[in-house]
Design a protein around this ligand. Structure first.
Ligand code: ADP
Ligand code: MG
Length: 227
């Protein structure tokens, strides 16, 4: 059996807090298999973004293991970690962090440009993904300010999927959207999880969005527990 694409084992994460340390993740363990959509709910300040930052290898835990796509991350150099993150982890943030000067299709191609693949194949893949996330072809050449909030998040999801990541992480991706639009974005995350077999984690403080998840976990004061 292949290991789950995302494994956190007994992760402790603290931040400096005056002359003490604040415990943001208190011995958190989590394994997400390929094709599973896990949601983590919890109030503001409970540690949800910290959890995703550690899962994305953007933050190193104080102690504990993080294994991405079968690779132990602890011993990796910053450069090796960056390349693992690029190929194996798709990240969708709260505010769509698209580049203001690029069109929708260029947002995806910018990543490929960094990786040096074939432009023709990259264009074809970008088109397929934008179509899959439901962005009308007429809007592929629009820049972020010419798209709605929901459309921007769709582009964000397409961009996150572009490298074919094993892990897909979404941090409150619906918080800037109205409820119905937010639900459709979560539906999309659920269906791309099945199709692309990603190990997906959505964190949200909005409990109304949890119905689409295969599994719901709760975060409270840095402690992760079954929902
Ligand atoms: P959530 O995403 O659930 O709102 P966070 O993971 O952002 O929670 O924060 C968890 C706790 O860690 C909070 O008490 C927050 O104030 C604290 N925290 C988050 N980031 C930092 C940081 N860079 N430095 C110090 N404390 C932080
Ligand atoms: Mg947060």
């Amino acid at each position: 059996m292949t290991p789950p694409p995302l494994v956190l084992d007994d992760v402790l994460l603290t931040y400096p807090d005056g002359d003490r340390r604040l415990t943001a993740l208190d011995r958190v363990s989590l394994a997400v298999p390929a094709g599973e959509f896990t949601a983590v709910a919890g109030p503001s300040g409970s540690g949800k973004s910290s959890l995703l930052a550690v899962a994305a290898t953007l933050l190193r835990p104080d102690t504990g293991r993080v294994v991405i796509a079968g690779r132990e991350t602890a011993g990796l150099s910053p450069r090796a970690l960056t390349s693992l993150r690029r190929e194996a982890v798709g990240i969708v943030f709260q505010q769509s962090n698209l580049l203001p000067s690029l069109t929708a299709v260029e947002q995806l191609l910018a990543v490929e440009h960094l990786r040096g693949g074939s432009p023709r194949a990259a264009r074809a893949r970008a088109g397929e993904l934008l179509e899959r996330v439901g962005l009308d072809a007429a809007k592929w050449r629009r820049r972020p300010h010419q798209l709605s909030g929901g459309e921007r998040q769709r582009v964000n999801i397409a961009r996150a999927l572009f490298p074919g990541p094993a892990v897909l992480l979404a941090d409150e991706p619906t918080s800037a959207l109205d409820h119905e639009c937010g639900e459709r974005v979560v539906d999309l995350l659920a269906s791309v999880t099945r199709e692309h077999r990603t190990a997906t984690v959505l964190v949200t403080h909005d409990r109304a969005l949890l119905a689409r998840a295969d599994r719901v976990l709760l975060m409270r004061d840095g402690v992760l527990s079954a929902g």
